[in-house]
Ligand binder design. Structure first.
Ligand code: UDP
Ligand code: GLC
Length: 381
């Protein structure tokens, strides 16, 4: 089966990291078409996955766009649509991994009669998108997609609640290779030394810097924790959220936390960094569709506390494989940080349980088998 994968981003967000793993089995009979250049392009090339940057013109439609802005942007999309239509003729299936890819893929699918699969990695609700964006996504998916793959039950439910057809959507959780999350003790202690973290209780946050990822909640929580609790903020503003970055730096300065909060920027050494942490905190203020970082922390054997909304509650069993807290509740987060600090044996037992459970429930082999099975059904329709 020859597949044309489409993704709007040139950057390495969770959707793109997940797609990298989905694409690998089709390496010798696929093309990944991306709508911007960047680190995702390089990552695909490094893995010897055929990739083409299909446009270098930034697509104007944003998460909050209204109808006029959307209509206005269509003129700019015509060359991209023409390219995708042309390429589609060489493939059996179109696989859209993001919303803008869905729009382009849907039009190409209608013209070329190639089946379209939409991998839905967003919670389609007004907390995340404008009404126009929601209507467009649901409309194109309902009309043009033979299959929608949701990355969690929460994502599936939001799709149906927003008017999506229940009969076309199936849940497939993201998969991981457990062995990729094993780091040597030497590498971890070297990194801890380099970062000057001796004697600190280290809480790591591994997300792009964006208001809804809620790094500010962790910073606030630190003010309610003992002085030796330090936060590592790993990740960068991938989609232009510079105001938020500025705001975070100001918050740190105003609270006098300059020596307890470290901004490490985007890193590729996630596994040793997560392993060196005493706790990983996930603090999204809006429902997280899935949350790769949560499963990654579990696979690294590091205790995890996460905001209980969206797909997160499908990943963690509170008190058994991690801790759940109400979103945006800095006081509760501080309380859980201190529980982990004061009861290390319990935290270790929970993280062991989490590691085992995550290796079984979120295994890449199973994920890829489930996707292969679904795609076969689509092509044989
Ligand atoms: N990540 C990374 N480097 C960083 C910060 C994050 O490689 O500096 C990775 C992280 O390990 C995870 C992904 O980015 O695999 C983020 O995915 P997630 O599903 O948690 O959130 P998203 O950003 O997709 O909403
Ligand atoms: C999206 C979601 C994230 C999910 C990732 C991979 O980026 O925001 O929650 O883990 O896709 O499916």
């Amino acid at each position: 089966m020859k597949i044309l994968f489409l993704d709007q981003s040139g950057k390495l967000g969770g959707a793109e990291l997940s797609l990298l793993d989905v694409v690998k089995p089709y390496r010798d009979r696929c093309l990944v078409g991306i709508f911007a250049d960047g680190s995702f392009h390089q990552a695909l090339q490094q893995q010897r996955i055929p990739v083409q940057v299909l446009t270098t013109q930034a697509l104007q439609v944003q998460r909050g766009s209204n109808l006029l802005q959307v209509v206005g942007s269509f003129r700019h999309l015509l060359p991209l649509i023409a390219k995708v239509v042309h390429l589609s003729r060489f493939y059996d299936l179109l696989y859209a991994n993001t919303q803008k890819a869905l729009v382009i893929g849907a039009i190409a699918s209608a013209i070329t009669q190639r089946p379209l699969v939409y991998h839905l990695r967003d919670i389609l609700s007004s907390e995340h998108f404008s009404q126009t964006n929601l209507r467009l996504a649901i409309g194109f998916a309902n009309q043009c997609a033979s299959l929608v793959i949701a990355n969690s039950q929460a994502t599936q439910q939001a799709f149906i609640e927003a008017g999506g057809r229940a009969e076309i959507i199936k849940v497939v959780y993201n998969g991981f290779k457990p062995e990729s999350y094993q780091s040597s003790i030497a590498a971890v202690s070297k990194l801890r030394q380099q970062l000057n973290l001796a004697g600190q209780f280290v809480v790591g946050h591994f997300s792009r810097l964006s208001p809804w990822k809620g790094q500010h909640v962790l910073i606030e929580a630190l003010t309610h924790c003992p002085e030796n609790v330090t936060a590592l903020l790993v990740g960068d503003a991938l989609f232009g959220e510079q105001d938020y970055v500025e705001q975070l730096h100001q918050q740190v300065e105003q609270l006098g936390l300059g020596d307890r909060v470290w901004f490490l920027g985007f890193r590729s050494d996630i596994s040793p960094l997560m392993t060196l942490c005493d706790l990983v905190a996930h603090t999204s203020t809006a429902p997280e569709p899935f949350g790769r970082v949560i499963v990654e922390a579990m696979l690294c054997g590091t205790p995890i506390v996460a905001a209980a909304a969206g797909g997160v509650v499908e990943l963690i069993e509170h008190g058994k494989t991690g801790w759940l807290m109400p979103p945006s509740d800095a006081l509760k987060l501080a309380d859980i940080i201190q529980q982990c600090q004061s009861q290390p044996e319990r935290a270790i037992a929970i993280s062991h349980q989490a590691q085992q459970s995550a290796s079984q429930r979120f295994n890449l082999e199973t994920t890829n088998q489930q996707i292969a099975h679904l795609l076969k059904q689509v092509v044989s329709l």
